[in-house]
Design a protein around this ligand. Structure first.
Ligand SMILES: *Cc1c(COP(=O)(O)O)cnc(C)c1O
Length: 220
């Protein structure tokens, strides 16, 4: 069996059935994505709009595309026709643009709010209170074509497992806290946390969606 298929099988074995494996395919050529697809991977994560759009056009149409990287408002229009979940929403301005482009495409785009949990390290993301502000804002309730379905976070890049665990636990607590605002536009169901180096810890702390790149495709 080719290495990619073996890696996917190995990772899937360790996941409960209700946890989604997002194969992070950034920088990898379409041939390797196709190999992963044939091995059963259907959820792919990319961090650049142009790369994701090009790959979308070449690959089977039942692939579920996840935008996991920082998204500029002027690029939303390129992915709005097909993206399934945007993990990296970090402002109401971006949400407004996603709503506008989703409306043009006559669809509802599901979004996660990106919260920074590794305080020293992440450039992008919201504080806990900023996330809560967006969820409770009047503006959000006027956006008919987006839905906030959960949170995304990245833990510190460190061997200190207890630190990583603490950051994931913090995000899970916020996620649970925000469930009280569930409404037509908000439903806290997905908690996107865990990458190649820390997805086992993330799962123990309540992740519903892991984003795994190098453990499937090798280092970038
Ligand atoms: C690249 C990336 C990943 C995957 O990282 P690996 O360590 O290769 O598993 C996950 N999430 C985000 C947001 C990324 O940019």
């Amino acid at each position: 069996m080719p290495a990619i298929a073996q890696n996917i099988e190995q990772i899937e074995k360790g996941l409960k059935p209700d946890i989604t494996l997002v194969a992070v395919t950034k920088t990898k050529p379409v041939e390797l994505l196709l190999e992963a697809y044939k091995a059963g991977a259907k959820h792919f994560g990319e961090n650049k709009v142009q790369e994701m759009t090009a790959k979308y056009e070449e690959l089977p149409k039942d692939i579920v595309w996840h935008m996991i990287g920082h998204l500029q408002t002027n690029k939303v229009k390129y992915i709005a026709p097909f993206v399934s979940l945007i993990h990296s929403v970090d402002s109401i301005k971006l949400l407004k643009e996603i709503n506008k482009e989703a409306e043009k495409n006559d669809r509802i785009i599901n979004c996660l709010l990106q919260v920074y949990i590794a305080r020293e390290e992440t450039k992008f993301g919201l504080s806990d209170s900023e996330a809560e502000e967006i969820i409770t804002s009047n503006e959000l309730s006027s956006f008919g074509n987006v839905k906030i379905v959960g949170l995304m976070g990245m833990a510190s890049n460190t061997d200190d497992h207890e630190k990583v665990r603490g950051e994931f636990r913090h995000l899970k607590n916020l996620f649970d806290h925000l469930k009280k605002y569930d409404s037509e536009r908000v439903q806290m169901v997905e908690l996107s946390m865990g990458m190649s180096g820390d997805y086992n810890i993330a799962i123990e702390e309540g992740s519903t969606m892991v984003r795994v790149g190098s453990a499937i495709f090798g280092s970038r």
